[in-house]
Design a protein around this ligand. Structure first.
Ligand SMILES: C[S@@+](CC[C@H](N)C(=O)[O-])C[C@H]1O[C@@H](n2cnc3c(N)ncnc32)[C@H](O)[C@@H]1O
Length: 262
């Protein structure tokens, strides 16, 4: 090998390789985000019973006990995947195998896939628990549910939508910008409640003019899961931000915008 050959061999493939990797990582991040975006749009239709082919109240007829077990297993799979993969210790472990710039995108992709599985395999439990007759009240509930989804979307933008869903990480990696550490923020709604995204989900799931047993099971279990998720998330946030987060907890309530912290 000549000296020039040696230089081309040792510099060229390295640069090309890392550029190609950065570009592939970027495309992967975009693909994961698109899968998430389709999933969240489908979730709105699934929960509200609008537009999509398979909703919370449609699907294979299944005996009640079997349907409850299958639905609980589907929700548990999402909860375990979502909670375990979000923990700092898990992240430290699996970034030995998954490159750091695509860690968040991979988390988002797995969460979306487990939700799509839930939508696909969900068994309806069609017995009606409540059915609002009054048309004004029914419209109010549908509007409230939409407002819940809007609250979710707006709150992700307040805290940093592109970081939450991994796009910022792959973009910074592509342009060679150093990844910043997570910063504690209390923008807009976060001054009134600590968890506006979760509040939005609770509103979206419960505000239904027709509530079936299946929908009620979904709303109740996801609400319980949100409280467990909050406890885990706040434990991590105190680990990261210490007294700053403790004081925030004292000052700002968890979900209902009044001044006490619970
Ligand atoms: C799905 S978001 C939910 C945020 C919040 N719990 C909510 O309901 O609006 C979860 C991520 O937000 C981050 N997070 C939560 N509160 C935060 C804050 N005040 N400042 C910065 N990051 C925050 C957590 O570290 C976690 O990675």
């Amino acid at each position: 090998m000549t000296q020039i050959d040696h230089q081309v061999h040792s510099i060229g493939p390295d640069i090309a390789g890392s550029r190609i990797f950065k570009f592939i990582a970027f495309l992967y991040g975009i693909a994961a985000y698109l899968v998430f975006f389709v999933t969240i749009l489908y979730a709105i239709g699934f929960v509200m019973g609008l537009v999509v082919p398979k909703t919370i109240d449609t699907g294979t007829d299944t005996p009640t006990a079997e349907a409850v077990i299958i639905n609980l297993l589907l929700m548990s799979l999402f909860a375990v995947q979502h909670s375990v993969m979000a923990r700092q210790r898990f992240k430290a472990w699996w970034t030995q195998f998954v490159p750091k710039p695509v860690e968040r995108s991979t988390y988002v992709l797995f969460a979306s896939l487990s939700l799509l599985l839930l939508f696909w395999q969900w068994r309806p439990l069609p017995t009606v628990v409540w059915d609002v007759d009054n048309p004004d009240l029914a419209v109010t509930l549908v509007t409230l549910s939409f407002a819940g989804w809007v609250l979710v979307f707006m709150s992700t933008c307040m805290i940093n939508h592109f970081e939450l869903f991994g796009l910022r990480q792959v973009t910074n990696h592509l342009v060679g910008k150093k990844e910043e550490a997570l910063r504690f923020k209390t923008p807009m709604l976060y001054k009134f409640v600590r968890h506006p995204i979760y509040l939005g989900f609770i509103i979206a799931f419960w505000a239904a003019p027709v509530m079936t047993v299946g929908h009620l099971l979904f709303a109740a279990v996801t609400t319980i899961y949100i409280f467990v998720g909050i406890a885990l998330e706040e434990h991590d946030l105190i680990g990261l931000f210490g007294d700053e987060y403790r004081q925030y907890k004292q000052r700002v309530s968890m979900l209902i915008p009044w001044r006490r912290s619970v």
